[in-house]
Design a protein around this ligand. Structure first.
Ligand code: SAM
Length: 274
């Protein structure tokens, strides 16, 4: 795992490591040379980072139980809509334990490269452990990088596609995150962003709210994580509707944006083209 932070290697070391791997034949390094950079976060972001670190040990298990396995389908859709293809260099931002990064890895193959970024070292450790336990050769093309979505350690126009799964909602400054995604994407390429849908339908909002209060939080309480999962409800209510997300990404410079509802309107996937 590469840590772009106080205790990690300087950016030059990250650059050298990335460009020296067999999966990255291109000599052009993607890491921005900024000396000894630090993952500095606001206190609000620090609280979120701590929250995701606390839930890391049970995150995957709860995802399976709470969505009855359906999150796997939504993640496949998100990756498919990114249009990542063999040989591409792609970014999975807010990668957590790596579900989308593993799917991207299969799409781009051993000729491609997957950079998976998150600011929680515990989530990245889980992802790296899962990579060790898996057998597909292509998974060697994934690099786990500790970094901030608001200050990505990559040069401009570096990626052929970007995915974000359940991450944008948790980022403190969503507009800045979209500007960063825009910056690192190549012109004409896509970002595919999956998350809970902040629906404008009263029925969907009530159902979402009922499920969080009566299923999600009680289940998480069994693991001592009541407050952590109560945060889900407030994060959805403070998130953006599909229409607002389309506006946000257009303001960040994207030429096209379309938000699609999934899972009966409970989830949403935004596709933005640079
Ligand atoms: C709900 S998890 C999603 C993980 C994974 N993408 C998935 O779909 O299962 C959200 C992730 O976003 C990460 N995150 C939130 N804000 C971030 C930021 N500013 N920079 C990097 N990662 C961030 C958290 O650490 C957490 O792992």
């Amino acid at each position: 795992m590469w840590r772009v932070g106080a205790n990690g290697p300087p950016m030059a070391a990250l650059t050298a490591a990335i460009s020296s791997t067999p999966a990255a034949p291109s000599p052009a390094p993607g890491a921005r040379r900024r000396g000894f950079s630090v993952v500095r976060c606001s206190s609000a972001a620090d609280e979120r980072r701590a929250l995701f670190s606390r839930i890391a040990p049970i995150y995957d298990h709860l995802n399976d139980v709470l969505s009855l396995g359906q999150h796997r389908t939504w993640k496949r859709i998100c990756v498919s809509w990114s249009r990542a293809k063999r040989g591409d260099r792609v970014l999975d931002l807010c990668c957590g334990s790596g579900d989308l990064a593993f799917l991207l890895s299969q799409k781009v193959g051993l000729d491609g490269e997957v950079m998976a970024v998150d600011f929680s070292s515990q989530q990245l450790q889980t992802a790296a452990n899962r990579q060790d336990q898996r057998w597909k050769p292509c998974y060697k093309n994934i690099k786990w990088i500790e970094g901030d979505a608001l200050d990505l350690p990559f040069t401009d126009c570096y990626f052929d596609a970007v995915t974000v799964g359940y991450g944008l909602r948790n980022v403190v400054d969503k507009s800045k995150a979209m500007q960063e995604i825009f910056r690192v994407l190549k012109p004409g390429s896509r970002a595919s962003i999956l998350d809970f849908n902040k629906s404008s339908s009263l029925f969907t909002t009530s159902l979402q709210s009922w499920m969080i209060d009566n299923v999600v939080v009680p289940l998480a309480s069994g693991y001592g994580l009541t407050e952590e999962y109560k945060y889900l409800k407030s994060s959805i209510s403070q998130y953006l509707t599909g229409e607002e997300l389309e506006k946000l990404v257009q303001e960040a410079g994207f030429s096209a944006a379309k938000h699609y509802e999934l899972g009966g309107g409970l989830m949403g996937n935004l596709v933005a083209t640079r």
